[in-house]
Design a protein around this ligand. Sequence first.
Ligand code: TXA
Ligand code: MG
Length: 335
Amino acid sequence: MFFLYYHTIIFKVMSIYKANHKNILLAADEIKRGGLVGFPTETVYGLGADGMNSTAVAKIFETKNRPTFNPLILHINSVEQLDNIAQINSPKTNVLINNFWPGPLTLVLKKKECVPDIVTAGNDTVAVRMPANNTALELIYRAGTPIAAPSANVFGKLSPTTAFHVEEQLGNKIDVILDGGKCKVGVESTILKISENEVILLRPGGLSIEKIETALNEKVIRENISEEIISPGLLKSHYAPEIPIRFIDDINLDDYTNQNVGALLFDRNSYNFDFKEIKYLSKNGQLREAAANLFVYLHEFENANLDLIVCEKINPEGLGNAIMDRLKKAVNKYS
Ligand code: TXA
Ligand code: MG
């Protein structure tokens, strides 16, 4: 009994690694393998995965137990890396980068093709930042990829500012947490959306608006929005396909026999209907794979010349919850 208890403590303590060169390499390998790493930034600790690997990113949502897909911030270590993932659409972007990166400022920019849909929750914009923390920067450099990371808390709990907080919330779910001490800033980054004509504050955070306005020599538009509201599940950046989408269970398929119907099914087709096209979220019935495919398939259906998309309800457990949330929102748009 004592041994078991003792063993558990040792086991738990083991996921925290001091953020030295050797352990950063170990963490970078974990990222390259498609795993998750808790790591320090100057704002709060992040729960990171390879931002170019959809299935690895799906693990983030699974691990955080988020009931919805929120778009994630891609963390980069150089401006060259930015060029691969986003378009710099305004000279203001350069002014902000020159003044405040690395630092607690996230920029929402037009995304490039290579950014997976699950990172942006289907949006055509991507949030990017370069953290002012040497451990984070070296980790990204060694992993050789932008790291997608939300704050490393379980859904509904406070954002962690020490490795111990991460261990408490996620220690039994992730293998590597890099301990880089207490976060210097302690609150999340400020998020700005930069479009051609205006700069909009999406989330107040670690960098003050006054500093931003001084650098830009213009007023930032402060929409009175909370984090809840900008999370695209609810408003602004919510993505739903342009073609009507309904749950198969809620309609009578026979009413659509003469129409071009695309079916988004989970793992098999048990319907007696002549679908124009069928996509399987995961033929092996794996929720992670299903999550990674969800937005990709919705986008593909948009270009498939369909009258209607029908989809199956997914058992709302684990990642199934987030998948169902997204499907319900898309369906609600048309019912
Ligand atoms: O300081 C931070 O920003 C921390 C550290 C780890 O970098 N990260 C963080 O991530 O706070 P997260 O996922 O907890 O919050 C990111 C916010 C979400 O509210 C999300 O909706 C918003 O950024 N966001 C991400 N991509 C977006 C996009 N394309 N458009 C609008 N909002 C976006
Ligand atoms: Mg958060």
